[in-house]
Design a protein around this ligand. Sequence first.
Ligand SMILES: Nc1ncnc2c1ncn2[C@@H]1O[C@H](COP(=O)(O)OP(=O)(O)OP(=O)(O)O)[C@@H](O)[C@H]1O
Length: 326
Amino acid sequence: MIVLDVEDAVVQYKAGSWLGAKVAGRPYRIDAVAGVSLELPAGKTYGLVGESGSGKTTLGRAIVGLVPLTSGIVRIDGADAQGYGDGPWRLIRRDVALIFQDPVAAMNPRMTVETLITEPLAIHRAERFDRRQEARQLLDMVGLPANFLDRYPHELSGGQARRIAVARALALRPKLIIADEPTAGLDVSVQGDILNLLSDLQDELGMSYLIITHNLAVARHVTDYVGIMYLGRLVETGATADVFKAPSHPYTKALLAAHTAEPGHAAAPIRGEIPSLWHRPTGCEFHSRCPAAQPICSTQTPQAAEVAPDHHASCHFAVAYHAAEA
Ligand SMILES: Nc1ncnc2c1ncn2[C@@H]1O[C@H](COP(=O)(O)OP(=O)(O)OP(=O)(O)O)[C@@H](O)[C@H]1O
């Protein structure tokens, strides 16, 4: 049973103006998401991993319906997610919830926790419900006592704000929760608590997660499948265990080296700058930063190679890398 099915999704952003783009010698539109396909089975977790600017947040927002798809299809539980109702509220589908990257910034500062976490119910649910009772139950699910009901966002610590954001996401018991950088800005011990909370809730309620993170180490702990994103495209995909066992794209290896320092060795930052989406590199778009680039890499676009069953990497040398790592 596939809960999230994304087929060749493209999201373009416009430049300020056509004339401005022309004067600057740029294309008028950029592809922030440039043809992404992925499938997420029920009850599983998919990690979307890549550096800042790779298009992860844009894809997450497009899945929820906050940003329109330029082309492609998003199906949630088999239903095409493009047919929204009218009115701004309806833009947000009730079977998917998004936990924003900065949850406090996304909260209305004048709302109490009770109002914040039950707001999705007030928007989507036709029948009457006991707001206080629902809120108390949601708080309990995320491990917070009932005395948080009357607090305001500025009275919450980073970890508490995450829990409140999770409670709000759970309000409609969605089939899919998208968590954008769920541990960013938290102390290491609190990060573990939040990841454990998400995993316990999944065991209990059975929903699927799409976790957006720049940190491969986070993805390693909580995901079943992983997609490595670069300049709006997935460059390596597979079961998380397979990708970590035998990373087959130099970008994946570079991300790993940047986040998981061996004892006694410093983490190695990825060399060079992320290219601008206004001027995508030719050939393999990672070639300008790749430590193993060959002449072919700057001229020919690599196709996704299946290096092992359901493990793909878009690099001319992916099969050899896989063999060497495996
Ligand atoms: N509203 C917008 N208008 C124009 N360009 C945008 C807009 N939002 C994002 N972008 C651009 O789209 C690209 C992808 O951004 P996005 O935020 O999706 O990446 P990301 O991988 O989630 O990074 P981060 O972790 O920093 O949010 C970036 O180049 C960004 O500058």
